[in-house]
Design a protein. Structure first.
Length: 201
């Protein structure tokens, strides 16, 4: 069965790119254009939809970039990696639903908790996928470069940050979108800070 998947990298990347494209498209299609004589409530609702979309777009784009960088170095595709990739894409597909729930409820406690838990599931799935690909690269005799180590470290930071999201959703759900925006920035700053520290040692 494993041999059947050894040359399936291009197909796996194709379905992954397709899923990411569909997810981003569905999110923007959920934003309804306002009608004439729009009320204050409808303006607030539209602004919430746009804000939720922009933050979620940044989240999904971040996942896509990391996914592309991960599979650039992969030479051999195994059945285990294929399955891990499918299970990684599964929660990604739920992001449009979670985004709509978040915006339509004006960030209720339940929707915020649901969104934060979904982020945690995606990040844990991503961490497992990174682990499998890096181990496979080692098995294939590839040298693990510093960039790969940094990206793996970045994914670990994302798991830790998603735990913070859960805490924010439980204590201050209205601030979840702000926390996610800061989380995206923090992931970059923390990762680069660790790299700078290690280079100085």
């Amino acid at each position: 069965m494993i041999d059947m998947f050894r040359n399936s990298k291009s197909r796996m990347e194709a379905i992954s790119d397709g899923v990411f494209a569909v997810v981003l498209t569905i999110m923007v299609l959920d934003i309804k254009a306002p009608m004439a004589n729009i009320s204050d409530y409808e303006i607030q609702r539209l602004m919430m939809q746009l804000l939720s979309y922009l933050i979620s777009f940044g989240v999904v784009a971040q996942y896509w970039v990391l996914h592309q960088e991960l599979f650039t170095t992969l030479k051999t595709t195994t059945f285990k990696i294929m399955v891990a990739n499918i299970y990684y894409l599964c929660p990604i597909c739920l992001i449009p639903f979670a985004t709509t729930w978040l915006s339509s409820s004006f960030i209720s406690s339940e929707s915020a908790i649901g969104f934060a838990i979904l982020m945690f599931i995606v990040n844990v799935s991503q961490l497992w996928l990174f682990h499998l690909v890096i181990e496979q690269n080692r098995h294939d005799g590839q040298r693990i470069i510093e960039h790969d180590v940094e990206e793996f470290r970045s994914v670990k930071v994302m798991v830790a940050i998603s735990i913070v999201y859960i805490g924010v959703s439980l204590l201050m759900p209205k601030f979840l979108l702000a926390a996610i925006a800061l989380g995206i920035l923090s992931r970059v700053l923390i990762t680069r800070g660790i790299r700078f520290y290690l280079e100085r040692q």
